[in-house]
Design a protein around this ligand. Sequence first.
Ligand SMILES: Cc1cc2nc3c(=O)[nH]c(=O)nc-3n(C[C@H](O)[C@H](O)[C@H](O)COP(=O)(O)OP(=O)(O)OC[C@H]3O[C@@H](n4cnc5c(N)ncnc54)[C@H](O)[C@@H]3O)c2cc1C
Length: 568
Amino acid sequence: MIFHDIIVVGGGLAGLRAAIAAKMNGVDVAVISKLHPVRSHSGAAQGGINAALANNPEGKDDTPERHAYDTIKGSDFLADQEAAFIMTSTAPEIIREMEHWGCPFSRFEDGSVAQRPFGGAGFPRTCYGADRTGHYLLQTLFEQCVKHQVKIMEEWFVLGLSIDDNRTCRGVVCLDLHNGNLEMVGANAVIFATGGSGRMYGTKTSNALTSTGLGIAMPFWAGVPIKDIEFVQFHPTTLFKNNVLMTEGCRGEGGYLINKDGERYMGRYVSEKVMELGPRDIVSRSTQTEIEEGRGVEGKYVYLDLRHLGAQKIMERLPGIREICIDFIGIDPIEEPIPIVPGMHYTMGGIDCDQDGKTEVPGFYAAGECACVSVHGANRLGGNSLLETVVFGRRSGEDASKYVKDKEKKAQESALKKSLEEVKGQLNTIGGGNGKENPYEIRDELGDVMVKHFGIFRTGEEMKEGLEKLNGLIERFKKIRPIDNCKAWNFDKLWIMELAGNLCLTECIALGALNRTESRGAHFRRDFSKRDDANWLKHTLYRHTPEGPQIGYKEVQLGRFEPEERKY
Ligand SMILES: Cc1cc2nc3c(=O)[nH]c(=O)nc-3n(C[C@H](O)[C@H](O)[C@H](O)COP(=O)(O)OP(=O)(O)OC[C@H]3O[C@@H](n4cnc5c(N)ncnc54)[C@H](O)[C@@H]3O)c2cc1C
């Protein structure tokens, strides 16, 4: 049976950084990934990564403390303050590390790493490599993995997390996509770094097709609680029609948002000084309001206007954006404004863990977008997610290295065999019946329900209706047609299991959003439009039970900054 001291699930930035940390500590580690690592969604990140380097003359007074304040204010005071401070105070060092490993950041004239302004930030502190920052960071970390000879098991699809009767993590069960075999992989520690879950919202998301809820659902099913999953971020600027992301860097470089009358409408919602650089929750709501109140173009979208930046700046700083516009919608942003709408972008919630990635289950860790430390609280600031992946990826790899040190280097066969049987049982229950329902119709309808009922603006009425529809889909899913039984490259099996994960997570979102009778960050309820710290300054904690998700709470770690009204 395969055994490694540490198994990292996920080859994105968080997973690779965790694996490098373990390897540098001399620990035997392997990465399992359903994709080749450099195809992970991290590679699609465009705009940049935050660190208070104070390289920009306009940001020379910036400090990790200010960065922490902006992050916590952006989070609508739901972030754990110490964790946020750990992230922001590690940021300068982690950027230097990436720089020394060869990441080709864009630079100022004096050779220092360039920084651009981003939403909700008091200073220009977003480091970038043109508009391909994620791609550069991911290639850099992948090179380090090659250098350190990190073992990578790619195109292996993890289907189950093994936790024994003493509630200790023992490894994972995977489907080797090449031949369809189910394999047990033993480990003393497992780090999940499975990324975001945007595809719960169907096609109305900036996320890759591979970003689904299964990575969070698996540990949830195995008994690990998840946290704050009701907070779903909409990015203000995704392409009208296909929701491909137009980075916040467009506005950081000076782009305007204009409505059908050519008016820069953000002045209506935030101060003149802030304008397009408000935090994402506010800019998304403002844009949606413009469209709903009839000031959208054809009643459907608004424009992101870059024309005044000029050809040189666009080609130098935003070449990828220009390319996407030309390739996907036949518009050159040097000459025409870009039609955009808000689109689902990021899950603030995830697997409940601490600042070292530790969960409630010894030996089981989480890092990156699938984790909820929580540093983003109710609303993440642009540029903080890439930062989170590397900072907390590294920390979880380091902590797991210490944890496995004195453990016996041997797979716990009985626990793993039990998990294998459970996975087989689940596959059989889901896809072994003789139902008639088409799973892909359920997937498409699920996306529509989420966008319509759990979107930028929410109300109790609409959410109740949405939950009913969701329950209907869950019932229909129990009656899907059999899963195709081919062995090699069985994507039917993969997608159906991902759908099972999405249905599980969306049910949690629905219940949690209905339960939270206030508005905070990205969770905005028209029927409870104010933040309610007296009752709701707390994390939601979800536990799996046979009767459905059970909701509890967890304290927010405060201490540095008093919660205040959020004004921009
Ligand atoms: C278009 C776009 C642009 C963005 N731009 C920025 C930005 O400029 N700045 C910023 O801070 N943030 C940005 N973000 C957010 C940020 O990129 C992500 O949150 C972050 O990269 C997630 O990294 P990760 O390592 O957690 O996961 P990912 O990079 O998504 O990697 C997940 C990994 O898990 C593996 N995996 C998942 N499930 C399984 C399974 N069951 N079995 C095996 N393997 C599995 C996948 O193969 C993959 O390797 C952007 C996001 C998007 C979608």
